[in-house]
Design a protein around this ligand. Sequence first.
Ligand code: SF4
Length: 280
Amino acid sequence: MSKMIPVVELFGNTIQGEGALVGTPAIFVRVFGCNLCCAGFGMPAGELSHEADDIVKSEQFKNAKTLKDLPLAKTGCDSYPAIHPACMRFCKMFDVSGLVEAIKEIAGNNKPLVVFTGGEPLLRQHDLACVIEALYRQYHFKDFMFETNGTVAWQEFWVNELPGINVWFSISPKLSSSGNPKDKAIVPDAVKSMAVAAPQRTYLKFVVDKTTPIEEVQQTIEELTRPCFNLLPVYLMPEGGVLDDRSRENAQYVADLCWKLGYRFSPREHLTVYGNAWAK
Ligand code: SF4
């Protein structure tokens, strides 16, 4: 049965800045809700961030009319408006046909890539699969992507079988630095379900800086790709939300790692074009 889909951001006139489809004109649909809690990001080992809780208690939050009025978080989940319960007030609720029409209106006469992100969009996979089918049948959209944490198995296989459709899975596994227990964050069967549904369009993407234990990245890749016959492409993407000397140095470090270990480099091209902001 179809339910309402809480959408915290919906915008176009931008590009997919990361991963295999970098540079592709795109509409982003940020769906509220996540099954993980990445409060460990940017914190000393063993400590959890309270930055999002502090933000939602602030005057700035109380006075915020839209997401663009909110500060970006430096620690914890960088998409906190998509997971913090207090941010539900920024959500717009859509049924399937309402979301289809909203996406079509943004697209105009174009048929851009539609990226479902979050939060964890696969928690709403049935309804989003219906959105995909309607955009495909009614308006001839063909290119879709889920940006997922890789912990929720894909079950809507029928969508992948629509002739000429391209449904991508960009999987960003969360390492121990996220603060999540490993058995919750690393789910090989879920990754395999996506690789089976979209064998040429599923890849892993890791955000890396000099503090990232590369052995853990390699071990995680091994655990997640072994059930997929080691066929998943792997991207390493430099950490860093602003362009400065530090982020350039980090990008060079990650490019060196890719050369040494045989992984692919993912830029964060939307930062180069738009800077770091909501809805871009
Ligand atoms: S998986 Fe992504 S959206 Fe969910 S808490 Fe972690 S960083 Fe945030």
